[in-house]
Design a protein around this ligand. Sequence first.
Ligand SMILES: *[C@@H]1O[C@H](CO)[C@@H](O)[C@H](O)[C@H]1NC(C)=O
Ligand SMILES: *[C@@H]1O[C@H](CO)[C@@H](O)[C@H](O)[C@H]1NC(C)=O
Length: 344
Amino acid sequence: MCFIISGALVVIWHFASKNPAFNTLRLAEFFKFNYECTTTTVLKSSTTSAKVTTTKIIGTIAPPAPVPVPIPQPLQPIAGNLKLITTNTDPQYKMFVLNQNSELLSGIYLRQGSFEGSLQRILRKSLEKTKNGEVTFFDIGANLGIHALYMAALNYSVVAVEADMETFSIFSQSVIVNRFYNKVQAINAAISSSRGNIPMLRNANNIGNNRIVSKAEAAAQPGLQHTVRGIKLNDLVPFLPHDDIVLKIDIEGHECHVMNAEEAQLLFSSKNITCVAMEFTPKNMNANEACVANMVAFFAQNNYVPYYSSGGELGRKITSTNMYHEINHDVLWLPSSANAADYF
Ligand SMILES: *[C@@H]1O[C@H](CO)[C@@H](O)[C@H](O)[C@H]1NC(C)=O
Ligand SMILES: *[C@@H]1O[C@H](CO)[C@@H](O)[C@H](O)[C@H]1NC(C)=O
């Protein structure tokens, strides 16, 4: 037996038991994969040339190693009641936010009914490029479901990962109220470079800034720290239903721990990652410079090129040779073979 993301499953099963339609089959697979740890998943890549399809095995995911049973810690609930809003996006959908203007994200939704519209347009275009809608929107750092719910409203398949249990439970309730059960696989875990317990710090005024920190940093702010379940990116590869993936990752400076050769090569080799949308502000986030350099090198090795994906420089290729020091921006990584004009 392995004991991974047990907290996540408690929350997911809570909703699943109230709403039997909530994607129980896939959750059952997820449960098996993580708890029984008996499966070795074989990844295959298919190439079709003329009439012949060749499938080659390009790697395997070993069952995760057992980790100690996490000691449950009392969670400090985010203060405030929830409010169900209707977005002013096209299409519209419903979304739970905190009924609290002082919290940045909820405040924006309470006032405007939408957030990061320009990123949503880019992600939507990227999804529309893929034939027959056979593409998965993979959202790492889903938060309240800002982008995941929109893509589900557009009828795309979504795999959305959110580490913070309170934020995740709000997001789950939005999945339920919209009846997106069969579109969204919601997973409460922190994707990181290790499995097991991971310290996280809350920002009471901006739930979008809840982030993974070092143990020392977490210990310094006992009222805001809590423990989340760490999983590895590879653990989720078998749960991505399509080969084509539009990836969004926004995990507050922790990106380089996940987007590197060791953690992400299997995903990039086994799936068609058509683009990666990322908030690239590593210096602001105090990310480690060498770690960020590894991430940038990883993208280059896989032939991805960065573009500015918001503001006045939207769609311009980033030519910086020192991104850590020079770039503080939303970035879209595209395969060098892609026509960038199609995405902006
Ligand atoms: C990957 O996805 C892009 C965008 O949809 C598509 O143009 C390309 O043909 C795909 N590549 C493969 C190998 O399927
Ligand atoms: C939504 O997507 C599913 C496949 O995931 C498809 O069967 C269905 O027809 C789509 N619905 C609409 C309204 O496009």
